[in-house]
Design a binder for this molecule. Structure first.
Ligand SMILES: [Fe+2]
Ligand SMILES: [Fe+2]
Length: 179
């Protein structure tokens, strides 16, 4: 399984917000959570086997673990404190005002998490020379790099969808409800 969201030509700028939330949950969040668990185990194995010859593998293992730690908490909060509130706003016009204020604050925190994720992806890419394994790398080593590269690709699409489409649409929904 990879964390790369399914290719999707749908224009999410105009789609119902509930459809977009469902898409991010199913195409981005669920596969990513499963992949992160497997990737940390794979990075541990490769570091344990080749870390003496290539010390950067220990740094890579720590970076993958850090990415997983940030993202597991992030996905949990995003699901419960952002997506669920958005769906409430869409379906219940008179929903609690406090929810709306909390949503704007939580979206700001989620966006800050995204910046931290982007920094970790840049660190992974630099450590692995663009996910280019050494000539002597075994199939497990190569699989780790291939899957990290796919996770980076998937996360960049995922964060773009949230930063540039979902969050701005949710914030404009809050603004409209204030008037
Ligand atoms: Fe997300
Ligand atoms: Fe996010």
């Amino acid at each position: 399984m990879t964390s790369t969201p399914r290719a999707d030509c749908r224009n999410w700028d105009d789609a119902p917000l509930a459809d977009l939330v469902a898409h991010v949950r199913s195409a981005c969040h669920r596969p990513l959570a499963a992949e992160l668990e497997q990737l940390t185990a794979l990075a541990d194995r490769v570091a344990a086997r080749y870390g003496d010859a290539l010390p950067m593998l220990d740094v890579l293992r720590e970076t993958v673990a850090g990415l997983r730690a940030i993202l597991e908490r992030h996905l949990y909060r995003e699901d419960r404190q952002v997506f669920s509130v958005i769906l409430n706003l869409v379906t219940a016009p008179d929903s609690d005002t406090g929810d709306r204020q909390a949503l704007a604050a939580t979206i700001a925190e989620m966006t800050a998490d995204h910046d931290r994720v982007i920094d970790l992806l840049a660190r992974m890419r630099a450590l692995t020379s663009g996910y280019e394994p050494p000539d002597w790398a075994c199939p497990t080593f190569r699989t780790l790099y291939d899957r990290l590269s796919l996770v980076e690709h998937g996360l960049r699409l995922h964060l773009h969808l949230e930063n540039d489409v979902l969050f701005p649409r949710a914030l404009s929904l809050i603004d409209r409800r204030r008037t």
